[in-house]
Design a protein around this ligand. Structure first.
Ligand SMILES: C[S@@+](CC[C@H](N)C(=O)[O-])C[C@H]1O[C@@H](n2cnc3c(N)ncnc32)[C@H](O)[C@@H]1O
Length: 514
């Protein structure tokens, strides 16, 4: 395949340096630091397992014991889900108030706002003053499984719902109308984006600040943004919303690398280790490699090489399909480049690097799911004793009817977790990604589902492990591999000969050359 990106040709040596596998001691050091930063005890990343890296127990874990809480490197709420749930753009917990969550969703729906119409979605982003603390309910949430970054998942079209007058919805949004018992479900107040955009909202100043420092200062469409062109950035975001919101994550990965690079360079300049002034002209490859480290450890294959062939694409059209995916990525990259290009970090804007970043998300991401407090609220009302229940329902029933099937929609998105992404899959796992009562944000929580002994590998299932053998293999093909866990190896022997497949990575192994 001919290269369509001039930067790929201009920056060959820097690109090769960025894509060169990190040395095993460096990988080890990176994960040891991460494990200690996360405050985890009793786990270790090993690199020489049957399937490459894996996480192993260094202590015994009891059933139900917490093994790991991992923070995301980058995550995003699905575009379509933004109508349903107003969440912190950094930690993904619900914000505002019960009234705002319900009123906003019904109002946007009454306007016929589509999932791609972000301007309208954000009309109410700054209209609330809620209570101060998050709440937890006694519900446990099964957390996440595979995600493909689709912008279409979780659409919020309710099948049967009864609309409410606009004035009523406005009163809910403005806080003039208070629902019974909503004070039992306090949510953090909405904190506006420090850059003044209407797309990002936070649960606290610290989340707003952290997001600004990590990614958002370059990806903000507000007045105080550091982006080159807010107009170009809006076009990039619109393209991602209309095609695949995995591009929004890729933009975060690039933005965070640039911001880390700037920070490293500024620190070195301050310490006098670099005589050159802090200007952006030519690339300091060693600094760029350091800034790129979190991604260098996670990436493996280019997006257009590893994405699973959709069912409706014939095998004979595979090359064309992969070419189209690559062209789509190139279009997205050009829009992003217009918005945030930085000469000194030029290799990050090559198609080769963009493909590897998106491939990393495609192969490793988890669905990001945060349970809805709105669902908890309606369940709470339903569980009230008489006559309180009947009294409350005189008011709440109309909203429940208006919400219809959508009353319980949770926050849905996609995220990359650096430690969790080292966990291999097993169809007979010993751990599970599992939200507990207190886990009300977008972190990954891994719990033992049976006792795990010191030395054992910790595995999770990426899919529903109770499905039949061939269905499991078909689902795992989306992750780019055929399962070789003990259960699959055993079951494969019982398959009719025609269904056995030689052990190879999958049919997506065939690399298409640039
Ligand atoms: C999320 S990563 C897990 C970490 C990975 N082993 C590494 O070295 O980075 C998933 C990849 O690990 C390998 N893998 C995980 N579980 C496997 C299994 N049960 N059978 C075969 N390969 C597996 C596959 O290559 C898969 O694409």
């Amino acid at each position: 395949m001919e290269s369509i990106c001039p930067i790929d040709q201009r920056c060959t040596s820097q690109i090769s340096a960025l894509l060169r596998p990190t040395s095993p001691p460096e990988v080890q050091e990176y994960f040891e630091q991460l494990i200690s930063k996360r405050g985890c005890r009793g786990i270790k990343v090993k690199q020489d397992g049957e399937f490459g890296k894996g996480i192993y127990a260094e202590l015994d874990f009891g059933e139900e014991e917490l093994i790991l809480k991992d923070q995301m490197l980058a995550g995003a709420q699905h575009t379509s889900n933004k109508i349903d749930c107003l969440v912190c753009s950094h930690c993904f917990q619900f914000i505002g108030s019960m009234e705002l969550q319900i009123g906003r969703k019904l109002y946007l729906r009454s306007l016929g706002v589509s999932s791609n119409n972000q301007c309208s979605i954000e009309m109410f982003s700054h209209t609330t003053e809620g209570c101060s603390d998050t709440d937890s309910s006694d519900e446990e949430e099964n957390f996440y499984m595979k995600d493909h970054g689709s912008s279409q998942s979780g659409a919020s079209c309710s099948s049967k719902s009864s609309p409410l007058p606009k004035e009523v919805l406005e009163s809910l949004i403005n806080g003039n109308l208070v629902l019974p018992y909503s004070n039992k479900f306090p949510l953090p107040s909405v904190v506006s984006c420090p850059g003044g955009c209407e797309e990002a909202h936070y649960c606290s100043k610290s989340c707003a600040e952290a997001d600004w420092q990590l990614f958002h200062s370059l990806l903000c469409t507000g007045e105080k943004s550091d982006t080159l062109s807010r107009e170009a950035l809006s076009k990039f975001i619109q393209h991602a919303n209309e095609t695949n919101d995995i591009f929004l994550l890729a933009a975060k990965a690039i933005s965070s690398t640039i911001l880390r690079y700037r920070k490293l360079k500024a620190t070195l300049s301050k310490e006098g280790q670099k005589t050159e002034p802090y200007t952006f002209s030519s690339c300091d490859v060693s600094l760029l490699l350091e800034a790129w480290k979190p991604i260098s450890i996670g990436h493996k294959r280019r997006w257009w090489d590893c994405i699973a062939l959709p069912d409706d694409v014939d095998d004979s059209d595979e090359a064309t399909f992969r070419m189209q995916i690559r062209e789509l990525a190139f279009t997205s990259l050009q829009l992003l480049k217009e918005a945030i290009f930085e000469k000194e970090c030029e290799p990050l804007f090559s198609l080769e690097i963009y493909g590897h970043i998106i491939g990393m998300f495609e192969l490793n991401n988890l669905d990001l799911v945060v349970a809805s407090p709105v669902e908890d609220y309606f369940l709470y009302v339903d569980d009230l004793p008489s006559p309180e229940k009947e009294e409350a329902e005189k008011i709440t029933q109309a909203y429940l009817n208006a919400l219809g099937d959508d009353y319980s929609v949770c926050c849905q998105g996609t995220a990359f977790f650096p430690l969790q992404s080292c966990m291999n899959h097993s169809c007979c796992p010993n751990a599970k990604a599992f939200k507990r009562e207190e886990d009300r944000d977008g972190q990954a929580t891994i719990i033992a589902i049976r006792p795990i002994c010191k030395g054992e590998e910790i595995t999770i299932s990426y899919i529903d492990e109770d499905l039949p053998f061939e269905e499991r293999q078909a689902l795992l093909a989306d992750y780019g591999f055929r399962c070789r866990c003990a259960k699959c190896l055993e079951e494969e022997q019982c398959q009719p000969h025609s269904l056995r497949v030689p052990h190879r990575e999958t049919r997506h192994d065939s690399k298409l050359e640039l």
